[in-house]
Design a protein around this ligand. Structure first.
Ligand SMILES: Nc1ncnc2c1ncn2[C@@H]1O[C@H](COP(=O)(O)OP(=O)(O)OP(=O)(O)O)[C@@H](O)[C@H]1O
Ligand SMILES: [Mg+2]
Length: 334
């Protein structure tokens, strides 16, 4: 059996706005294996959500357009399927947990009714059975008084409860791939931890998760592998231990230094200097070069290709091997 559940190859997504045309995602490639939790991390605007929405073919068009690439899911290219086939996959085989639960739940329908509809849309199931299954999922995600909550409207529930309901709805069809796009940003820290635990526990053993976040702490807690994006491109990919102990791209190093606990000089928050450029003004060559302490002439001339470091660890930087060995020296000295 093919171990790869999803493989994105050379995905480029453009948006056409009043200001002009830009690449929101450029030549992005990565894969997710069965049962794997893969983190997609990077600063705001780097293209994480656009990548996720492309998988489900949810890019609004216009203004968006998937310009090139392929998204192979269980041996089929999702970008070539007709809309009817895509709808069948959405929710059933691939489900998404959005950042804002209220955006995903219908405000005018009771929770129970919404859940029953999801179940009935994807399988021939009697309403009574669908109601019973929905209620049991509310219990699984630890909603108290599940029977009564089935009759509630979303606005009658707290943010944490809405989030749990969305997770129940995303998981109850037992999807092969769960895409969680910043699923806990709107929640307070204690609930965040519970929600992650829940997603991990509730998923089927073989189901995979693409977890999108800009929080390296969450990546450390949850993921097996990490994809780091910067300004529309993937800049590094590796196992969690590779990324945390042997980062090879200057941007990844900067991200790690911005976590106080992991900083070499503990207590000092060392953020990456400068700002993420607007997509209309990404620099030539390496998109990170303007902010990179190691940039040299070649970085502005061509896009650095990926350098393979160790098994499944690669970084798009001309001096990736020097950066990695430098980090090891620092790690050995501390
Ligand atoms: N519907 C849209 N119309 C125009 N531009 C868009 C649209 N959606 C996204 N973009 C642009 O595409 C780029 C990538 O956006 P995306 O939402 O993928 O960022 P992100 O990495 O998810 O950021 P965040 O961490 O803030 O959620 C950004 O420049 C964004 O402004
Ligand atoms: Mg986003």
């Amino acid at each position: 059996m093919n171990k790869k559940l999803l493989e994105i190859k050379n995905l480029t997504v453009t948006f056409k706005t009043d200001e002009g045309l830009f690449n929101a995602v450029e030549d992005v490639s990565f894969h997710i294996e069965r049962g794997e939790i893969v983190g997609l991390v990077g600063e705001s605007g780097c293209g994480k959500s656009v990548t996720a929405l492309s998988i489900l073919r949810l890019i609004p068009s216009p203004p968006g357009s998937i310009k090139s690439g392929s998204i192979i899911f269980r041996d089929k290219d999702l970008l070539k399927l007709d809309p009817k086939e895509v709808r069948k996959i959405r929710g059933r085989a691939v489900s998404m947990i959005f950042q804002e639960p209220l955006a995903a739940l219908s405000p005018l329908q009771r929770i129970g009714q919404q859940m029953v509809e999801v179940l009935q849309l994807h399988g021939s199931i009697k309403k009574k059975d669908a109601w019973r299954i929905s209620e049991s999922w509310l219990e699984k995600v630890k909603i108290s008084d599940a029977g009564e909550r089935m009759y509630a409207y979303p606005f009658q529930l707290s943010g944490g409860m809405q989030q749990r309901i969305m997770i129940a709805m995303a998981l109850m069809l037992e999807p092969d791939l769960i895409i969680a796009d910043e699923p806990t940003t709107a929640l307070d820290v204690t609930i965040q931890a519970q929600v992650f635990k829940l997603i991990r526990e509730m998923r089927q053993e073989e189901s995979s998760i693409l977890l999108i976040t800009h929080d390296m702490g969450v990546i450390w807690e949850m993921c097996d592998r990490v994809i780091v994006m910067y300004a529309s491109r993937v800049v590094e990919e590796g196992s969690v231990s590779d990324i945390f102990s042997r980062p090879a791209h200057p941007y990844t190093k900067g991200l790690l230094k911005s976590i106080p606990k992991l900083s070499v000089e503990a207590g000092r928050l060392e953020a990456i200097s400068g700002y993420v450029p607007s997509p209309f003004h990404y620099p030539s060559g390496c998109h990170f070069r303007d902010r990179c302490p190691h940039a040299f002439k070649r970085c502005s001339e061509e896009t650095p290709p990926f350098v393979d470091l160790t098994h499944n660890h690669k970084a798009a930087c001309y001096i990736a091997d020097k950066i990695i060995s430098n980090t090891q020296i620092i790690a050995n000295n501390t």
